[in-house]
Design a protein around this ligand. Sequence first.
Ligand code: 5GP
Length: 133
Amino acid sequence: METIFTKIRDGVIPSVKLHEDELCFVILDINPVNKGHLLVITNECHPTLADCPEATLAHLMGVVQRADAKLREALGCDATNIVINNGEESGQEVKHLHIHVIPRYKGDQKHFRLAKEHYEEGEMERLGRRLEF
Ligand code: 5GP
């Protein structure tokens, strides 16, 4: 399947590429939350996490770790957000698995907090039993 990221991978659409290997490539996000916001993208188009082989996912996390270290070293950021929008309803715009690595700074006001719910008495335990795997 062709996506905007396969076009970037193939050089049809220009990008600032930071890394590439046999399973993934890394580019700067064109609309960064903070400058240096990057995307770790699978070479093959796996639309969501469920479609991606486990070995590829394991590799991606190693690349994310190196990207996180590079952002801290080069930009002096205090922290990072590591984000996967996994499916359209979660906010995923490009249906080609990618991991956002976003540099964060003390006081930068770029909050990622989602609105939260509360459990009724006993509900969390009952749900936990349904979700064991
Ligand atoms: P999603 O919402 O799917 O998790 O994130 C897709 C990301 O891809 C967005 O943050 C968006 O800014 C980025 N993006 C979309 N098109 C392009 C592009 O052509 N070039 C680059 N570098 N980033 C893009």
